[in-house]
Design a protein around this ligand. Structure first.
Ligand code: 1DF
Ligand code: MN
Length: 355
């Protein structure tokens, strides 16, 4: 039998595996000060205003609770983890992080955020694992911060909150970031961000731009841009992680493969060039997905069937989706204890090199 969930608690949560939640968010209070200044500008990005403008000013119980949880890296977070049996959180700077800031602020604040998170991991080494925030606005500085995060701070992944002010990592100007992640053997978690200004209107007018749907559309497209741009032919060992059941891409895989090949053959787009493998091959070989926000057995089993048992990991999406009943639902899945152990524990230990 593997180790029991001893760090977490109440006997009722005992299980023959540890629960490692892999897409958990934090926000330094100093980042919120920077956000307030950005939100006060008259040309503020509509997605950023709709997302963080809402959470930072709404009097609703949900928003206030989320803000309290986001800014805590000690007792409140540990209490919530204990209350629903989470042994470890893999923590990242919440969206949009530094990606909404001007270049200089983004570079310097990414270091501040990483120092704070590394310090929290030192205070709670058995409970927290950290991801490295980077500023894609300055790819060379981002590459250096990846090196510092891995070798000096002992962090375990890179967090990138999707597009950076409308720009995508499929653009070769960002590829120093991929080179650094591959060289240091750390995965990049490609997490959602609010939709960019040139995409958000038809989603925002009907209230579908956020986590309900727009996040998945935008982040799934970002992952597809990276695949079709040939990033994994250039960086074959690079590993990406995407949440929310792979932002639905496993469900799309057949059509993506068929239409990608048809589009290449017809030479319809300059941007859709031949790549070495099918899109779904890269999903199976270069991606691991998490079930953040989707505590739903059929979707998890489908994804395990498409990607393999080793490529689907548990995530809660704390504090945005803090639901103890969902942890229970995942524990109760009709799945062997070996496969549940991969899902909750050992896939994350391997992907993030958790020791
Ligand atoms: C929300 C959802 C916000 C997720 C997030 O970061 C986030 C939300 C600002 O519900 O507004 O990371 N999420 O990953 O689903
Ligand atoms: Mn999230």
């Amino acid at each position: 039998m593997t180790q029991t969930a001893s760090t977490a608690s109440p006997q009722s949560w005992a299980a023959p595996y540890q629960r490692i939640a892999t897409e958990e968010a934090f926000a330094p209070p100093e980042m919120l000060d920077i956000y307030r200044k950005i939100l006060a500008k008259k040309d503020v990005d509509p997605g950023f205003k709709g997302l963080m403008g809402f959470y930072m000013s709404s009097p609703s119980e949900r928003a206030q609770h989320i803000m309290r949880c986001l800014t805590d890296l000690d007792q409140l977070r540990l209490q919530h983890m204990n209350e629903c049996g989470i042994d470890k959180q893999v923590i990242a700077l919440t969206a949009p992080g530094v990606q909404v800031m001007d270049k200089a602020t983004a570079v310097s604040f990414s270091q501040v955020a990483n120092d704070q998170l590394a310090e929290a991991v030192r205070r709670h080494p058995t409970r927290f694992v950290g991801m490295i925030a980077v500023a894609p606005q300055d790819p060379a500085a981002a590459a250096k911060e990846i090196e510092r995060g891995v070798s000096k701070l002992g962090m375990n992944a890179v967090i990138i909150n999707s597009h950076t002010q409308g720009e995508y990592l499929s653009d070769p100007k960002f590829w120093d970031i991929f080179a650094a992640a591959e060289a240091h053997d750390v995965p990049i978690y490609l997490h959602p961000n609010s939709m960019p200004a040139n995409m958000i209107q038809s989603f925002q007018e009907c209230g579908l731009d956020g986590a309900i749907y727009g996040f998945g559309v935008e982040t799934g497209m970002h992952a597809m841009r990276i695949i079709t741009a040939g990033v994994f032919d250039r960086f074959p060992r690079l590993q990406l992680i995407i949440g929310h059941m792979g932002e639905a891409l496993p469900f799309w895989a057949y059509r993506l493969d068929y239409m990608h090949q048809a589009t290449v053959r017809s030479q319809r787009y300059e941007s859709i060039k031949p790549i070495k493998k099918k899109p779904s091959d890269y999903l199976r070989e270069n991606f691991t997905i998490t079930n953040s926000g989707v505590a739903w057995e059929p979707a998890i089993k489908f994804s395990q069937a498409v990607l393999g048992m080793d490529r689907v990991m548990y995530a809660m999406d704390y504090p945005y989706q803090y639901q103890a009943d969902e942890v229970r639902a995942m524990d109760s899945m009709d799945m062997s204890v070996e496969d549940k152990t991969k899902f909750f524990q050992t896939n994350a230990e391997r992907v993030f090199k958790i020791r």
